[in-house]
Structure formats: structure tokens, C-alpha cells
Design a binder for this molecule. Structure first.
Ligand code: 13P
Ligand code: SF4
Length: 357
């Protein structure tokens, strides 16, 4: 049955990708807004849970106010374990939704609800659900970068730090997989596990820009450098990696590997934490978009960049941008996420890249 399946290209057309706009403010203004945010967080019993790709000032605020900065698996885990009544998720919408699914009784706010993800947008729930219906013999495994409605249709949710382990586990049980939405991550997991996987054809607009040929040229100029790659990147880039890992895994690898220079293929927002982790080492961005191409998202996610200090302050002042989900969707979407959290909890030491870097 699967051999005859028609799978359309689910990558987002360039005209639907916003420009990456980074908020530029004088240092004194940033300090003033940060101080006000600290005050509001304290008054509201709120914590900031931020992704590594967000503005360094947001990451600093999270670190300094009992919040958390991490990868998407660990953000979900922290939100779940935190006693805070309000979680302010600085990242993209699926991260806010995951926090709400795991904590329906908590208030989950975001600096903006327009912070999407090309993988999420490229996997519309109705089309995905209809596709799953045509594949009843396959276990549906979705990446965290999907909407609550898509998770509600899934058997398992995985993150980049857990995908290979979960799929290996399912393969050993003789299960065939329907994977969505990232074609490159799906391809990588398939190569690693040998599992029977049918792949949805979405992509991340940031990681898809990394270029294998230009990376090979850069490596030739830095022969001692180790290459750290996020698995949402194309195969031509992954093939050259010394380590393929989630964002936390990339930071951990830079700490642990015996090298002074690293070429890093992931969103450049990670350089804030990465440089803190390895202060004496040299970090180089992997090349994007080739010599002549133009791109809107070169190595920095346009939606992550929408998380600004100004918007975070406004959200806390007004209570706007709250994540609200249908309780029935929450109930169904909890199952695949909790499966992952339980699985990862049992194998915490072997899931490379999850947890503290
Ligand atoms: P991580 O889970 O590795 O943080 O990845 C999330 C993401 O959106 C990468 O683009
Ligand atoms: Fe989505 Fe890519 Fe942005 Fe991550 S970097 S949130 S996968 S668009």
C-alpha cells in the first residue's frame, strides 16, 4: 500500500516566510524593560521558559528569575515540573501549546501568538488526519514542532533529542511508522534506525538553508574544527557532522569534544549559550544559502525573533497572548507527549542532548 502513496511537498513557500526582524534597543532601554519584567514576574508568580534561539536578554531573564532556557523536550519537562502558576513561554507557538497541554490548570502566556514554525504550518491538522486515516497499520509519530491538533492525532510525540531512541524502540516492537512533519529529520531517523518509515514532506526554513558544498569548503579552511549539526538540516550537511544532536546536545558536545573550533549548523541564537559554555573556544556559523541565493531566514528563525523584550513586557502587563486550547484536544494530545516524557524519564542518561547541557 505505501509504495503507491502520493506525498505532496509540504515545505512552506518563501512568500509565507516572514522577514527576520530583530528588536534593536539602546542598552539603557533594554535594562529598564528587563527590570520591569522581573518585577512583573515576581508579582504574578510567573516564570519564563525560553528556547535557545531567542533573544539573549530573554534567556538571561529566564536564568536570573528561576525560569529555564533549554531545548524543546526540556522546556516541556520544566513547564510540567515547575510549581509556577503562570508559564511565559518564549519560543514558538507549538512550545506554548505543549506547555498548556501538560499544564491545563496553569496560565500559559507568550510574547506573541504569531510566532509560528514552518514545520507546524506545513502540517495542517485536517490534511494530516485524513492521511493518517489512509495508513491504519502505521504508528503515528510526530515531531514536537506540530500543532496541538496534530499531536492529538498522534500515537507518539518526539523531539530531536529523543526521536532515534523512540523509533528504535518501536522498530524493535515490529511497528511501521508514519512520520511527520520534517523530511530531513525523518530521513536521518530512518537511516539511523532502519525502521519502515513513511515521511511527511515538511522542512524547517532555517535548517534547510545550510549547504553541504560550502560546508565542505569551510571545513577545508579549518581542518581541526569539529562540525555540530542539528538533524533538521539536509543530508549533505548531516553527512559531514561529527555530532548530530538537539540544541542541548550541541552545547554539550562543544563542552565534551576535544577541539578548539566548532562549525555549528543550527539557528545562530544558540551562540549566546554556546559561547558561555565554551568561553575559550572558537565558534563558526555553518554556511547558508550558497553564493548567489537570497534567503529570509538565514540561520535565524523569523518566528523566534518575534519574541522581543517589548512584547514580553506588554504580555505581562496586559495578560494578552494566552494559549487557550479545546479541553478535548488537550486530553487527546496529552497521551503522545506523556508517552515521550515517561520514555525519556526512564532512559534519561541515554537520550543524548536532553536535560541540562
Ligand atoms: P530542539 O528540540 O533541538 O531545541 O529543536 C527545536 C527546534 O525548533 C529546532 O529548530
Ligand atoms: Fe520551526 Fe525551524 Fe524555527 Fe525551529 S528554527 S521553530 S523548526 S522554523
Amino acid at each position: 500500500m505505501s509504495a503507491a502513496i502520493e506525498m505532496r511537498d509540504h515545505r512552506l513557500p518563501p512568500e509565507q516566510v516572514p522577514e527576520t526582524v530583530v528588536e534593536i534597543l539602546p542598552a539603557a532601554e533594554r535594562a529598564r524593560i528587563s527590570a520591569r519584567i522581573r518585577e512583573l514576574l515576581g508579582q504574578q508568580g510567573a516564570v519564563v521558559v525560553a528556547h535557545y534561539y531567542t533573544d539573549p536578554d530573554l534567556q538571561r531573564l529566564a536564568d536570573e528569575t528561576a525560569g529555564h532556557v533549554s531545548d524543546s523536550l526540556d522546556m516541556a519537562r520544566f513547564g510540567h515540573d515547575s510549581p509556577a502558576r503562570t508559564l511565559v513561554v518564549c519560543g514558538v507557538r507549538f512550545m506554548g501549546e505543549t506547555a498548556k497541554i501538560l499544564n491545563p490548570e496553569k496560565r500559559v502566556l507568550m510574547p506573541t501568538l504569531e510566532a509560528e514554525c514552518s514545520l507546524d504550518l506545513g502540517c495542517p491538522a485536517a490534511e494530516f488526519s485524513a492521511f493518517c486515516d489512509q495508513q491504519p497499520d502505521r504508528t503515528v509519530v510526530v515531531y514536537a514542532n506540530t500543532s496541538a491538533a496534530v499531536k492529538a492525532r498522534a500515537d507518539w510525540m518526539v523531539t530531536s533529542s529523543s526521536a532515534v531512541e523512540v523509533v528504535s524502540f518501536l522498530r524493535d516492537r515490529g511497528e511501521k511508522i508514519l512520520w511527520a512533519p520534517d523530511r530531513y529529520l525523518g530521513d536521518y531517523i530512518q537511516q539511523q534506525t532502519g525502521a519502515d518509515m513513511l515521511l511527511w514532506q515538511g522542512a524547517c526554513v532555517v535548517h534547510e538553508e545550510f549547504k553541504g558544498l560550502e560546508l565542505a569548503e569551510l571545513r577545508a579552511k579549518h581542518p581541526g574544527a569539529k562540525v555540530l549539526v542539528h538533524p533538521e538540516s539536509p543530508a549533505s550537511v548531516i553527512r559531514q557532522a561529527d555530532v548530530v544532536a538537539s540544541t542541548t546536545g550541541i552545547i554539550r558536545a562543544a563542552r565534551e569534544l576535544d577541539a578548539d573550533t566548532f562549525i555549528v549548523a543550527t539557528d545562530n541564537g544558540i551562540f549566546y549559550k554556546l559561547q558561555q559554555a565554551v568561553p575559550g573556544k572558537t565558534l563558526i556559523e555553518a554556511p547558508t544559502a550558497g553564493r548567489s541565493a537570497t534567503c529570509k531566514s538565514c540561520a535565524h528563525c523569523p518566528w523566534m525573533a518575534m519574541n522581543t523584550l517589548t512584547r514580553l513586557q506588554r504580555t505581562l502587563e496586559t495578560g494578552a497572548n494566552e494559549i487557550l486550547l479545546d479541553p478535548a484536544v488537550i486530553e487527546r494530545a496529552q497521551r503522545p507527549i506523556k508517552r515521550l516524557l515517561n520514555f525519556a524519564g526512564e532512559r534519561r542518561r541515554t537520550i543524548y542532548g536532553a536535560g541540562d547541557a
